[in-house]
Design a protein around this ligand. Structure first.
Ligand code: DOR
Ligand code: ZN
Ligand code: ZN
Length: 358
């Protein structure tokens, strides 16, 4: 993060108030390949990432089929490398039935995702004993990420303690939950966690207003939970990750069981810049949450000649650009934001200018 000086194109106006951030990292996205390509694919999902200032993503394994065996994982990881506009790292998933696959997957995948609560897709691990088996089959130096809500967070903390191994908690959404994790950290356990922008900016009141467009897992919480998360933004919370979970508008408006999830890649940085403008966190903390910590925890490479230029002063109504996610909607439509992404450079090439992929 530095003021822009000489690195800019000679023929462009240098605005000394713009800020340069490194290309950001999102460790929690759903790109829907395979099986949900009408919702998102590697190309559309990475376009949405880039326009949002995110230049590396980690994509979840709750696809159809899920990414629980070596051959399937490898096939789609290769496809992501061909089709993605920026680096995509696929998680692998696991169930008790696929346990033996983890020996090989543990050598090549960066992280394992386990679902302890029912959500979109079929992946689920049912009890602590099974979680212990799976966690023991996964390398200690690679991330074990949990979708865990309520008491299942306590189960994850116990597993970290029993096995003396790192455990990462996805999308923590309640005050009590973040306090349990704060206590576990204070006790010296190697636990880490992420929160989503939607749990920082929306409450149950928004869920009422938005209907199915405000439904996701974990569900939106109460104002006291949102405040409880903001209280920990400078300490316990390691990462802001989107849980970008696109579903089409027609799927979301289905009368029976609309799928949970909201898109987030294009709104995460604008929302966090708005919070910086409001004095809720510093720009340095934003960079820690969206770049330094995710890169360190997930062991992701540094990207040379890759950065994001933002104008922290500019206010606008979101979205300020055509949405690149295939689902085509955002729960923040019409929201006033401050802090605008002006330009994204990836591998030395200008890939986004004023909200348009170049
Ligand atoms: O709301 C959610 N949607 N939560 C999840 O855990 C999964 C995700 C999805 O894949 O749509
Ligand atoms: Zn989840
Ligand atoms: Zn998710």
């Amino acid at each position: 993060m530095e003021m822009l000086k000489n690195e800019r194109d000679e023929n462009e106006m240098v605005n000394p108030n713009w800020i340069k951030l490194p290309g950001l990292v999102d460790v929690h996205v759903h790109l829907r390949v395979p099986g949900g390509e009408h919702k998102e694919d590697f190309r559309s999902g990475t376009a949405a990432a880039l326009v949002g200032g995110i230049t590396q993503v980690m994509a979840m394994p709750n696809t159809n089929p899920p990414l629980t065996d070596l051959d399937t994982w490898r096939h789609y990881q290769e496809q992501a490398e061909w089709e993605g506009l920026c680096p995509v790292y696929l998680y692998c998933g696991a169930t008790m039935a696929s346990l033996e696959q983890l020996t090989m997957l543990g050598r090549i995948a960066k992280a394992l995702k386990i679902y302890l609560d029912p959500t979109y897709g079929q992946l689920k691990v049912d009890n602590e004993e099974d979680l212990l088996h799976i966690a023991q089959a996964w390398p200690r130096d690679k991330v074990l990420s949990l979708h865990a809500e309520g008491d299942n967070i306590r189960m994850g903390i116990r597993v970290s303690e029993k096995l003396e191994r790192p455990v990462h908690f996805c999308h923590v959404s309640r005050k009590d939950e973040i306090e349990w994790i704060a206590t576990a950290k204070r006790d010296g356990l190697p636990v880490t966690c992420e929160v989503t922008p939607h749990h920082l900016f929306l409450t149950q009141a928004d869920a009422q207003r938005l209907g199915p467009l405000g439904d996701m897992r974990p569900r939106l919480a109460e104002q006291r939970d949102v405040e409880g998360l903001w209280d920990r933004i400078g300490s316990t919370i390691d990462i802001v990750a989107t849980d970008h979970a696109p579903h089409t508008l027609s799927e979301k408006s289905a009368a029976q069981n609309p799928p949970p999830g909201v898109p987030g890649l294009e709104s995460a940085l604008p929302l966090m810049l708005t919070a910086v403008a409001e004095g809720r966190l510093s720009m340095a903390r934003l960079k820690a949450l969206m770049y330094d910590n995710p890169r360190r925890i997930f062991n992701l490479p540094e990207q040379a000649d890759t950065w994001v230029e933002v104008d922290p002063e500019e206010s606008y109504t979101f979205p300020d650009h055509p949405l690149y996610t295939k689902c085509g909607w955002s729960p923040y439509d019409g929201m006033q934001m401050q802090g605008r992404i002006k330009r994204v450079v990836l591998d030395g090439k200008e890939v986004v200018k004023n909200g348009i992929i170049q």
